[in-house]
Design a protein around this ligand. Sequence first.
Ligand code: 5FU
Length: 256
Amino acid sequence: KVHQLSFEQRLPLIRNKVGRRLLEIVLKKQSNLIVAADVTTSQELLSIADEVGPQICVLKTHADIIQDWTDSVSEQLVHLAKLHHFLIFEDRKFADIGNTVELQLTGGIFHIAHWADIVNAHIIAGPGTIEALSRSAEHCGVLLLAQMSSKGSLTVPEYTQKALEMAKQYEDAVFGFISLGCIGEPNFLYFTPGVHLQERGDSLGQQYTDPETVIAVQGSDMAIVGRGIIQSSDRRKAASTYRKACWDAYLQRLGD
Ligand code: 5FU
């Protein structure tokens, strides 16, 4: 199932306001590129945010791999997000019972709910996980993991279908999915990791697809690129190349 509605046409169909804000940014910057800033120091994280910021709609973080995380890091990140007009997606993949998720979201040393615009969750523990996210992070948008890019992933079609059903029950909070392409209706957005222009995979089960296949053929909306950009010697240039490849693939899908 591949949607040919434009982002302009889908914007009013999206119930969650972070999802709508994201599409406004996507349209304004002509960018459906998300960079996964998987580095281990706050200095690297902030310099990547500054370098690729103008090219992206979302910066995806894993706060728990930053060795020197403090509240000041999130403050500086939020500042850069405002400066370059992107949203921040903490890829924490919440997966526990609602009560624990609430504590993980607000407590610890990361205080994710204070600075993340987008968070995500596995559906393995049932709707309590999403209930907790929608209650304790009402200004956040939520993505559900419906499929994963890694080899041997257990997200069989029935599981993916369950993710869709759960999203429909929490449409005020959930505005999209982590999936390999379009798996449902146009009132949700589809985010795909495992995107690379050169590589086919890594030694730990990651599987890569190119932007054109992911967006134009498989019908995904947003491409998530980590090492394809992060490991480049010129990150600005790499981000600009990927932005264009992802946007052209979106235009190609509309034109098909
Ligand atoms: F949910 C998923 C998934 O199924 N595959 C992923 O690769 C998330 N990811 C994340 O996307 C992963 O945690 C990395 O942050 C990023 C991919 O990075 P890469 O360097 O482009 O492989």
